[in-house]
Write a protein that binds this ligand. Sequence first.
Ligand code: PEP
Ligand code: MN
Length: 355
Amino acid sequence: MLVVMQAHATPDQVRAICERIETLGFRAHTIEGTQHFAIAVTGDLRGIETCGLDEMPGVQDIVRISKPFKLVSRESKPENTVVRFANSDVTIGGEEFAIIAGPCSVESRDQAMAVAEKVAAAGAKMFRGGAYKPRTSPYAFQGMGVEGLKILAQVRERFGMLIVTEAVDNEALEAIEDYADMIQIGARNMQNFSLLKRAGRSPLPVLLKRGLSATLEELLMSAEYIMSEGNRNVVLCERGVRTFADHSRNTLDLSVIPAAHKLSHLPIISDPSHGTGKRDRVTPLALASAAVGADGLIIEVHNEPDHALSDGAQSLYPEQFVNMVSQLRGILPVVHRTLSTEPAKPRATSQAGAQ
Ligand code: PEP
Ligand code: MN
């Protein structure tokens, strides 16, 4: 349910309505739009009518949100969400196209630094690298854990890129909050509801990847779990789904991008690395992702992909990444997106362990 305020409603009137909502046992979420200020009411609203809110001063209208996802839906917030990061001018969901690049896993300091140097020079403003890896086999490399996070923090300090890394469970999420700028929730955890709720209480933005067989509605409901706990900075990610196609690791479902934009104000980026599983498909699908309106890309890049401890076959060589970025520059103006030519700037002060 959405309480739409009158244009001239006062902060006191808004506060009184929020208090009333909370007293009734629901949660109030303020939504600042360019046209109207609104308050979304979440909770178990079955059988609830307007709770007298329509009679309160400053209220223009009470609107029922028809979709099962509420805070995530465009009905509650017509304007696109632009996700911002503390102490940085990087955004996801605005005019600037976002590029996150780096290895699947952090394997060593030398490996992370070698990849970071290349992707930063090519224009990536955000660095990815798993310190905790969800692997199909328990015998496969599981990630370096906190040591990997420390390496990622050094990458940030040296190259100025923001750090995106995956939380496989609540314990990892807590550690990540001390070192990184964005929490990735992986495909296998898209419906790990306790992890989603914990991410919803984090001050860091969340990158939520679509589950291997999840529908768009299921993805949006998972984003709703995060938002319902108070975290509004959620970025969706299409990373390919399981189909009967066997020419690629997954099927990158690019049609979900305009569909997600229609239903939700949240940004959505594309992951053609996991979406194809094969290095030679990554650039074509990255360009296609930009063309269908993705807000950005997450790309696996490795300095020695043949020796990678995970996902080598889908990791670009650094020079392929450079080439991909240069081809993207041809497509982006057509879809009214920009891509800065400035490389990320190292931070003046040490940010390791601080936000
Ligand atoms: C990854 O980004 O390396 C990863 C494991 O992704 P996904 O959860 O999409 O498989
Ligand atoms: Mn990977």
